[in-house]
Write a protein that binds this ligand. Structure first.
Ligand code: GLN
Length: 542
C-alpha cells in the first residue's frame, strides 16, 4: 500500500522544503520503508531546461534524460533513489498535455477547464508510475497564497478526499521569525499561512517551523492551538551548519515518529542514523584542508552549481578534508586579473556552461592549470575549453574553436547532429527548439585501460549523465593525441569523445558528462574523491 505525504510551504520561499522532503525520505528509509520523492513546480516553463541558472539555480538531469528542478538532486543525494521523468512536473507541462489532448479532440467537444481537466492531469501525474513504494513524498513548489500554485493545491486537496483517510498526510512548512526589537519569536505569520491553506480546503496534519533558534513550548502550544493539531505535531526546523545534520535534528524532534503515528503505524525500532552522524562529524572536524577555484559564469547564485558544490564536499568527506571553494568569475580572467587569484589554490575546476561570454577566461584557467601543473577538472564546457586551449597552444591549431561561438576554421568542438542511444539513433538540427533537444541523460562510455581515468573509476565501463549540444570533434583526435592530449574515454561506437587527459600532467582531466549529478554523501563520486586527493597532495607541496 502506498501512502502520500504532501509538503507545502508558507510565509516565504527558500525555507528548505526540498531538504525537508529529502530528509523525511531518508528517515523513513532508515526505518526500513521504500520511498520516492516528487516535486510539482508551479511555473509555466515546460521544464527548467530553458531557464537561466542565475534565475532558477541548477538544472538537474535524471538518468532517463529529464531536465528537472534542483530539489531532485537533494532527493537523490539523501535517499539514494534515482529520480525519473515521473518525479517532476511543471504547470507548463501539465497545460501542454491538456492542450495537446484538446487539439486532438480527446475531450469530445467538452469545455476544457482547470477543474477537472487540469487537476485531473495533476492527480494522474502524482499517482502514476508507482512501484509499490510505501511512501510517496510530494513537494509542492512555491508558497501558499500564490496564484500559480492553486491548481496543484486543489488537486492534492481532491486526492486527500478521494484516497482512504489513513493514506494521506499534509505537512506545511512555515517560518517563525525572531523579532529583535520585541525579543520574541512570532507565530502570527504561521497562523496566517495555515489559514490561507485552510481557505483552499487543506487542513495540515503537521506544521514544521523553520526558525533560527529553539521554539519554546509556549509558542509551540500556541501554533498547535491555532492550527487544530496537537503540540507534538508542531516540529521545529532549526538552522544548521551542514545540510546533512537535518535528518538527525528532525528525528530528535520527533518528525518521522509523528509521521508514522499519523498513519497509524506502530514504531517498533528506532532508525540507525550513525552513518549520518559520521558524515556530519567528518564535515565539522576534518583533518586536512584544500582550496579549489571554481571558474564559472553563474557564480552570483550558489544554487546555480548546487550538485557541483555538494560533490566537492563529498570529495572532502572521502578525504577527511575541508574543501574551501573560491568562486571566480570566468570573465575576470579575460583581464588577466584572474591569474593572480589562482596563485594560492590547490586545484582548478571549470564547470558546465553555455555561450561565448567568459569562454576565453575558462581557457586561460585551463592553460594555467596545465602550465603550473595544478590538478584540473573540466566538466562538460570545462572539458571543451581545455580541448580548445590544448589545440591552440599544444597542437598548434591556431584557429581552433567551438561552433557554439559561431563558424570557425577548426571546429574542434562542433554540433552533433546524430548520435546513438542504445539501438536507436537520436538527431538534432541547428535550428531545433532550445528546450529538451540536448544529449540528455545517462549514456555509457568505454575507458581505455591504463589511463588515469580508468584507474580512478577502477574499471573501463561507465554510465554518466549528459546535458549538452556540442561534442569534441573526433576528427582532431590524432593531432591532439600527438600533442599529448589523450582521448581516454569514448562512446561505445567510438565516435564521441567522453573523457580526455593530459599525458604530461599528474591530474588533468576533462569529462563531457556531469559526474556531480551522481555523487552521494555516502558514496562520493570517484572523480571528486580523486580530484580532492590530488589537490590535497598539491597543498602539501607548497
Ligand atoms: N555549451 C556546451 C554544449 O552545449 C556545454 C554544455 C554544458 O556544459 N552542460 O555542448
Amino acid at each position: 500500500m502506498t501512502r502520500f505525504i504532501f509538503i507545502t510551504g508558507g510565509v516565504v520561499s527558500s525555507l528548505g522544503k526540498g531538504l525537508a522532503s529529502a530528509a523525511l525520505g531518508s528517515l523513513l528509509q532508515a526505518r526500513g520503508y521504500q520511498v520516492r520523492v516528487r516535486k510539482l513546480d508551479p511555473y509555466l516553463n515546460v521544464d527548467p531546461g530553458t531557464m537561466s541558472p542565475i534565475e532558477h539555480g541548477e538544472v538537474y538531469v535524471t538518468d532517463d534524460g529529464a531536465e528537472t528542478d534542483l530539489d531532485l538532486g537533494h532527493y537523490e543525494r539523501f535517499t539514494g533513489v534515482s529520480a525519473t521523468k515521473s518525479d517532476n512536473v511543471t504547470t507548463g507541462r501539465i497545460y501542454s498535455e491538456v492542450l495537446g489532448k484538446e487539439r486532438r479532440g480527446d475531450y469530445l467537444g467538452g469545455t476544457v477547464q482547470v477543474i477537472p481537466h487540469v487537476t485531473d492531469a495533476i492527480k494522474k501525474f502524482v499517482t502514476a508510475d508507482i512501484n509499490d513504494e510505501d511512501f510517496i513524498i510530494c513537494e509542492i513548489g512555491g508558497t501558499v497564497g500564490d496564484i500559480e500554485s492553486l491548481p496543484f493545491l486543489e488537486a492534492i486537496r481532491q486526492l486527500g478526499n478521494e484516497l482512504p483517510d489513513q493514506d494521506t498526510m499534509f505537512i506545511h512548512l512555515t517560518l517563525v521569525p525572531y523579532l529583535q526589537a520585541a525579543g520574541e519569536l512570532k507565530t502570527k505569520p504561521t497562523q496566517h499561512s495555515v489559514k490561507e491553506l485552510q481557505s483552499v480546503g487543506i487542513r495540515p496534519d503537521m506544521v514544521v517551523c523553520r526558525c533560527d533558534r529553539p521554539i519554546p513550548e509556549s509558542q509551540r502550544n500556541k501554533i498547535a492551538l491555532f492550527c487544530n493539531i496537537g503540540p507534538e505535531s508542531v516540529v521545529p526546523a532549526i538552522d544548521v551548519d551542514t545540510i546533512y545534520q537535518v535528518p538527525i535534528n528532525y528525528h530528535k524532534d520527533g518528525f518521522d515518529g509523528q509521521v508514522l503515528k499519523h498513519f497509524g503505524i506502530e514504531q517498533k525500532i528506532e532508525p540507525n542514523l550513525d552513518s549520518w552522524k559520521r558524515i556530519v562529524s567528518r564535515i565539522q572536524e576534518p583533518e586536512g584542508e584544500v582550496k579549489i577555484a571554481v571558474v564559472g559564469k553563474y557564480i552570483d547564485l550558489p544554487d546555480a552549481y548546487k550538485s557541483l558544490s555538494e560533490a566537492l564536499n563529498h570529495g572532502g568527506i572521502a578525504n577527511n578534508a575541508r574543501v574551501n571553494l573560491d568562486w571566480i568569475s570566468s570573465e575576470v580572467f579575460e583581464t588577466n586579473e584572474g591569474i593572480k587569484k589562482l596563485g594560492n589554490v590547490d586545484g582548478i575546476l571549470v564547470p558546465g556552461g553555455f555561450g561565448v561570454r567568459g569562454a576565453e577566461g575558462k581557457m586561460m584557467a585551463a592553460r594555467f592549470a596545465r602550465e603550473q601543473v595544478l590538478p584540473y577538472l573540466g566538466i562538460c564546457f570545462g572539458m571543451q575549453m581545455a580541448v580548445i586551449e590544448a589545440a591552440r597552444n599544444l597542437a598548434g591549431i591556431k584557429n581552433a574553436g567551438s561552433t557554439e561561438f559561431g563558424a570557425c576554421d577548426d571546429p574542434v568542438i562542433g554540433l552533433m547532429t546524430e548520435w546513438h542511444r542504445g539501438d536507436s539513433v537520436e538527431t538534432r538540427g541547428a535550428g531545433d527548439n532550445m528546450g529538451g533537444t540536448m544529449r540528455l541523460g545517462s549514456y555509457p562510455a568505454l575507458l581505455e585501460k591504463g589511463t588515469l581515468i580508468s584507474d580512478i573509476y577502477g574499471g573501463t565501463s561507465i554510465d554518466e549523465r549528459h546535458r549538452h549540444r556540442y561534442e569534441v570533434n573526433i576528427n582532431y583526435r590524432e593531432k591532439l593525441e600527438l600533442a599529448g592530449l589523450k582521448f581516454s574515454g569514448l562512446s561505445p561506437d567510438g565516435t564521441l569523445p567522453e573523457t580526455i587527459e593530459l599525458l604530461d600532467h599528474p591530474w588533468f582531466i576533462g569529462v563531457q558528462y556531469h559526474p556531480e549529478l551522481k555523487s552521494r554523501p555516502f558514496s562520493p563520486h570517484p572523480l571528486f574523491r580523486s580530484f580532492i586527493a590530488a589537490a590535497l597532495a598539491q597543498s602539501r607541496l607548497v
